[in-house]
Design a protein around this ligand. Structure first.
Ligand code: BES
Ligand code: ZN
Length: 891
């Protein structure tokens, strides 16, 4: 048992999820904030004044509210026209990040009061609260802008506030800034006037924004900086994309047009007009997440909103569309209707994730996003949730620093899988009707998961509460084992909890999930069958052909007998299975081998049978399952690893040659990605023709022809240059990172550098995160590729242990970066001795803010260790037999 399960509640069922929550006292309730802020770009501070209107719910002689790293100069309590106190006493509690204001004359229940505070804040470089972000101007000088990131609990870092999602209030925001700077906030501008700045002694402008509707503090946003914009009138309200002057604003065109169309689509689909007067979307040079859904003022990482068709590939375009549609979905789901506390985060993120696929599928049907959902979202959810250290979708959250850890594949991916499952079960029309009713009923309010189930039940006439509660309140999911009885044409199905470590204890296997069987036979799909018991028998028309979990909209894995799996392989070749079926079946087989449900050699044989497969997503899954085996075998004998590489080459080479690596205008979106993937997979497995082609392209690129490498294969060409090349190639790629003006290209360069195994170059890669030339938002980028070789994995871990204090200092517990880094630096190990090293290193250290990531890493190592001890010999024999056969056929 990993000793590091610091305080994770494994299962929330039956317990009071609100228990132990650290929340503010409810004696006063905020209704309106009047906030004025003036940033100082020289000192990197800002002066603020906030006046909060309060409803007094109980007789009170104290008010507690959240503040963090704010220097409070004055506090005043006003009731009507009377100042109750102009110098109340203030005490601070660090653990709960609250300031308690105590005064003598009590505020009376039922009355109204005002709290006024003046304060100085830090325009910090931590990407949280009101922070500074920098960029390089074309003349080499540095530009600075000030922006906000409040979610989940950093509004308190920007201004004193009641920083809980259910304490909604209206906001009137004013910004004081140099006249030449652009000032933005959630609302449109109400007035602009000259003002004499006390801070600088110069004339500045004060920009006052209109009063907002009722909203949560985590959605407040304001920005001051030099920004260019483009605008569209295609939506009934103005929509703009803003970017700092170092970016070509025209690259915002794709997001701009998509946003306008999506807003119109969402208004119709949700039957609810967008309630704000405008929508601004801003590219921010330093940004912790991918994007943030601030109401009316969405902020983005540059790569997630600016897109240049000429220099970026198909997958980047899909990512940008996903992010834009995700954040716009939040404008209703999250912003208009908000979870009442952070344990309901999945309502926000699960829905926005589901909605982004739903809308993307309508806007770009040719992208077939529901197919890639099976390889991406579903596998992400099933993978994390197969660890003992996973958590239920509805997870108790007590403290601020715990919140960041649940922005993970459970809230996003498993959450959206649950919604997909229920939408399939109810039908998408009934599901959407339920969503419309939910949004209407709870507009400007807060909800719990049960409110969504109630709306869906009402709209569909089906009772979904009981069924769905099981999925959201418990950790994990089942594996359904299928056996067959030929005599009476029945199948026997049995469910058990699936754990990747293959060591489920009886007490961990108590929950019986309502499993939608989705039985596919020659007659079509039966969507009605549900397995709610431990095990049951089902009659089927004929045992010739059947498959469970049609299209993989259910959250479980299916374990078939080896014989049935072989037959399913044949069924796939005979065209009896959908693309989703083929993809999901391979994923299940691969994952189940890793958990000990079948032999890994069986999976390799299954993959071999797919050589006539023509679909991109299926190949994507084949290659990623093979990658998972290679990842677990990474510290094994070189001969075995070479054998697996040969197998990969044999699978993809011919296909890669046939598809080619020339990208034409006529290539569709999927074809482009398919070609790119085959090229990369063949080349990385050592295919000589592909390697030669990559080498030629790279040589031209190095000589100055920047268009020699198509963006769809940029990562692969760089990767091959580093894997098969040396210092010279490394310099070219590092130089590309340093000098390219294209962020997408720079990121690809940074992301691939770690591929190089040369100890000297590994050292240089590991110097990058602290070199000052990599932004903090990007520190994980140069690290990831080091995980592709044993030398890199070892070096990464050493680097982390030697620099841990510095890492913990740079990335505070409240941000999720530390967890990400710990996971990158530890999870690639496969041996017990290394697991012990990791455990020993962290023993006695504070795991605040990353205990979950660490526990998950430890579980992942343990799972690989167990897998290897089961199938090491199996794979050795398979590889030897495979190689013997290849030699024979060559002779
Ligand atoms: N609300 C999140 C942003 C966020 C993440 C804030 C973590 C605080 C902590 C936003 O809606 C989001 O989910 N962004 C995603 C992009 C999306 C397409 C999955 C992201 O940042 O990656
Ligand atoms: Zn989101």
């Amino acid at each position: 048992m990993c000793k590091l399960h610091g305080g994770t509640e494994a299962d929330a069922a039956g317990m009071d999820i609100t228990k132990g929550r650290e929340i503010l006292p409810a004696n006063v309730v905020p209704t309106h904030y009047d906030l004025t802020v003036e940033p100082d770009f020289k000192k990197f501070t800002y002066e603020g004044t906030v006046i909060v209107d309060l409803d007094v719910a109980e007789d009170s002689t104290s008010i507690s509210l959240n503040t963090l790293e704010l220097d409070i100069h004055s506090t005043k309590i006003i009731s009507g026209s009377q100042t109750i106190s102009s110098s109340p006493s203030l005490s601070y509690d660090e653990s709960s990040q609250t300031t308690k204001i105590t005064f003598e004359n009590s505020l009376k229940k039922g009355s109204k009061a005002q709290l006024e505070m003046k304060f100085t804040g830090q325009l910090n470089d931590k990407m949280a609260g009101f922070y500074r972000s920098t960029y390089k101007n074309t003349d080499g000088s540095q530009g600075v802008l000030a922006t906000t990131q409040m979610e989940p609990t950093d509004a308190r870092r920007a201004f004193p506030c009641f920083d809980e999602p259910s304490l909604k209030a209206e906001f009137t925001i004013s910004l004081i800034a140099d006249k030449k700077l652009t000032c933005l906030s959630n609302m449109d501008v109400a007035s602009e006037a000259d003002v004499q700045s006390e801070m600088s002694g110069t004339t500045k402008k004060i920009v006052k924004f209109n009063r907002s509707p009722r909203m949560s503090t985590y959605l407040v946003a304001f920005i001051v900086g030099e920004l260019n914009y483009i605008e569209t009138d295609k939506f009934r309200l103005p929509v703009r994309v803003y970017a700092p002057p170092n970016q070509d604003i025209e690259h915002g065109r794709f997001s701009l047009e998509l946003a306008a169309r999506t807003l119109e689509f969402y208004e119709k689909t949700f039957d609810s007009p967008f309630p704000l007067p405008k929508m601004d979307m801003v590219a921010i040079p330093d940004f912790a997440a991918g994007a943030m859904e601030n109401w009316g003022l969405i902020t983005y990482r540059v790569v997630d909103v600016l897109f240049d068709e000429k220099t970026s590939g198909a997958s980047t375009k899909e990512r940008v569309a996903e992010v834009v549609q995700h954040e716009l979905a939040h404008q209703w789901f999250g912003n208009l209707v908000t979870m009442d506390f952070w344990d309901g985060l999945w309502l926000n993120e699960g829905f926005a994730t589901w909605m982004s696929w739903y809308s993307c599928n309508i806007f770009y049907p040719e992208w077939k996003v529901w197919q890639s959902y099976v390889t991406d979202t579903l596998q992400g959810a099933l993978s994390l949730d197969s660890l003992r250290s996973s958590h239920p979708i509805e997870v108790p959250v007590k403290k601020a620093e715990e919140v960041n850890q649940i922005f993970d594949a459970i809230s996003y991916s498993k959450g959206s899988c649950v919604l997909r499952m229920i939408s399939k079960y109810l039908g998408e029309d009934a599901f959407m009707e339920g969503i419309r009713q939910y949004l209407k009923k709870h507009a400007y309010g807060n909800t719990q998961t049960g409110d969504l189930w109630a709306a869906l039940s009402q709209a569909s006439g089906k009772n979904v509460v009981e069924t769905m509660d099981i999925w959201t309140k418990h950790v994990g999911y089942p594996v359904v084992s299928v056996t067959e009885n030929e005599k009476d044409n029945t199948i026997h199905v049995k469910q058990n909890r699936l754990l990747r470590t293959a060591d489920v204890k009886p007490e961990e296997d108590q929950v019986l999930y309502p499993v939608f069987l989705g039985l596919r036979t020659k007659d079509g799909v039966n969507e009605e069958l549900v397995l709610s018991k431990r095990e049951d028998n089902f009659k089927i028309p004929s045992l010739d052909f059947f498959k469970l979990n049609a299209d993989h909209s259910g959250i479980y894995r299916t374990s078939y007998t080896p014989k049935r799996l072989e037959k399913l392989g044949q069924a796939a070749r005979d065209g009896l299975l959908s693309v989703e079926d083929r993809t999901g079946m391979i994923a299940d087989a691969g994952a189940l081998a890793a958990c000990g449900y079948q032999k890994t050699s069986g999976v390799l044989n299954l993959l071999k049978g797919f050589d006539s497969e023509t679909e991109f997503v299926v190949w994507n899954e084949i290659i990623s399952r093979l990658g998972a085996i290679q990842g677990a075998w990474i510290f094994e004998d070189q001969k075995i690893r070479d054998g697996l590489e040969t197998f990969q080459r044999d699978l993809v080479s011919e296909k890669a040659h046939k598809a080619g690596w020339v990208f034409k205008d006529g290539d569709d979106h999927i074809q482009q990605q398919f070609k790119g993937m085959l090229f990369g997979s063949a080349g990385m497995a050592g295919d000589a023709t592909v390697r030669k082609a990559a080498k030629d392209m790279f040589a031209k690129f190095a000589a100055g022809d920047k268009s020699a490498i198509h963006p769809n294969i940029r990562g692969s060409v760089f990767g091959m240059a580093l894997k098969y090349g040396g210092k010279e190639e490394y310099e070219v790629i590092l130089d590309t990172y340093r000098k390219s003006v294209n962020v997408d290209e720079r990121n690809t360069a940074l992301r691939t550098l770690g591929r190089s195994k040369d100890p000297e170059l590994i050292k240089r890669t590991l110097e990058l995160p602290f070199s000052g030339e990599v932004k903090e938002q990007d520190v994980y980028l140069p690290l990831s590729a080091l995980r592709t070789h044993p030398e890199g994995i070892g070096a990464l871990y050493e680097w982390m242990t030697q620099n841990f204090d510095e890492l913990a200092r740079r990335f505070p517990a409240g941000l999720s970066m530390l967890g990400t880094l710990v996971s990158i630096c530890t999870s690639s190990f496969t041996k017990k001795a290394d697991l012990e090293r990791v455990e020993k290193f962290f023993d006695g250290k504070s795991l605040k803010g990353f205990n979950q990531s660490l526990a998950q890493s430890c579980d992942a190592i343990k799972a690989k260790e167990a897998w290897l001890s089961r199938d090491r010999q199996d794979i050795k024999e398979w590889v030897e037999a495979y190689q013997a056969k290849s030699i024979k056929s060559e002779l």
